[in-house]
Design a protein around this ligand. Structure first.
Ligand SMILES: NC(=O)c1ccc[n+]([C@@H]2O[C@H](COP(=O)([O-])OP(=O)(O)OC[C@H]3O[C@@H](n4cnc5c(N)ncnc54)[C@H](OP(=O)(O)O)[C@@H]3O)[C@@H](O)[C@H]2O)c1
Length: 297
């Protein structure tokens, strides 16, 4: 049996489906039984509880051959760092109490950097906690590049302002990756259990893409190859995000991340290789994004 946190989410739902298709018993975790119902119908056990509840996670991890863990938040999350720390500590408590021996953690490119990386800091902190676990616990930290799906945030901006804006420098190459490829890397590891001890693996996507290139590709997919990427300062980004309903804490994190990517503080550590390069090109995502854009009009 394999336990999957965030089972209704982008990586978790695909991981559950893959594991179920492989004939594995899956315990799918989420906060809401209705949202988990499709996974129950597909044959998963479901467990309903909060990701910061160590007692809930302990029961959910008990008896699992492996667990998939991640730290989740929403744009409205107040006090991002404490919210993430509470989840991270609950996961550690549950790993210890349940004696699960294999853990996959969804981390990020840049998680080796201890500060100044916005939302990635919480993944750095969790990696540090995971490194303190007893040696019999095998931990794989999957350091994902920037998810293509972050750019769903561009939909409303393009519609309203006829351009895309962020605080990342326009020409900085960024490892961008399809969520499905990250999920598949996690599923493969959960099934193969082909690592020993504490291991990090980067998942860098099909190729690096700058924000200017990504904007051009999204524009081309909606018949607007001239769509412009207009960089803004971190301060301007934070203000715009607060205006759009993000908590000050999350808005400040994203502003810091923009600067961290632009300066190269957040960047891949591994040289590109077949092992860290995934299949899905950005152009595939651009088509899906374009369909979502047309639905907005
Ligand atoms: N975005 C990136 O570029 C990037 C890059 C590297 C790593 N990451 C990591 O990937 C994570 C996201 O993974 P994902 O896309 O699979 O997750 P996700 O789809 O964003 O969320 C997974 C589940 O978490 C629950 N959730 C949502 N908001 C929550 C909240 N405020 N409090 C508690 N639970 C909440 C939801 O399930 P229920 O409501 O059903 O419980 C959701 O289905 C990030 O948090 C980050 O740690 C992201």
């Amino acid at each position: 049996m394999i336990t999957v946190m965030g089972a209704t989410g982008r990586t978790g739902s695909r991981i559950c489906q893959t594991l179920l298709a492989a004939g594995v018993l899956v315990r799918a975790l989420g906060r809401n039984a209705e949202r988990l119902a499709p996974l129950a119908a597909a044959g998963a056990q479901i467990a309903v509880g909060e990701p910061h509840d160590g007692a809930f996670l302990t029961e959910a991890f008990r008896g699992a051959e492996a667990v998939y863990t991640l730290l989740v938040y929403g744009p409205e999350t107040e006090d991002y760092r404490n919210q993430q720390a509470a989840q991270g500590e609950a996961i550690i408590q549950a790993i210890c109490a349940s004696t699960v021996r294999r853990v996959v953690f969804l981390s990020s490119v840049g998680a080796e950097v201890p500060c100044g990386t916005g939302p990635i800091i919480s993944m750095h902190d969790q990696e540090q906690r995971l490194r303190q676990l007893p040696p019999e616990v095998n931990v794989l930290m999957l350091r994902s590049g920037a998810l293509f799906e972050n750019l769903y945030g561009a939909l409303e901006i393009v519609r309203a302002y006829d351009c895309y804006s962020d605080a990342v420098a326009p020409d900085m190459p960024v490892p961008m990756v399809a969520t499905q490829d990250v999920a598949d890397a996690a599923s493969g590891a959960l099934l193969d259990r082909d690592w020993q001890g504490i291991v990090t693996r980067e998942v860098l996507g099909q190729r690096d893409i700058s924000y200017a290139q990504a904007t051009q590709l999204l524009g081309a997919a909606i018949g607007r190859p001239d769509l412009a990427y207009v960089p803004v300062s971190p301060q301007e980004l934070a203000a715009a995000l607060r205006e759009a309903g993000y908590s000050a804490s999350v808005a400040d994190c994203y502003a810091e991340l923009g600067e961290a990517i632009s300066s190269g503080r957040v960047r891949a550590q591994e040289t590109r290789s077949p092992a860290n390069t995934t299949a899905t090109p950005f152009e595939d995502f651009a088509q899906t994004w374009a369909a979502a854009y047309r639905a907005l009009l």
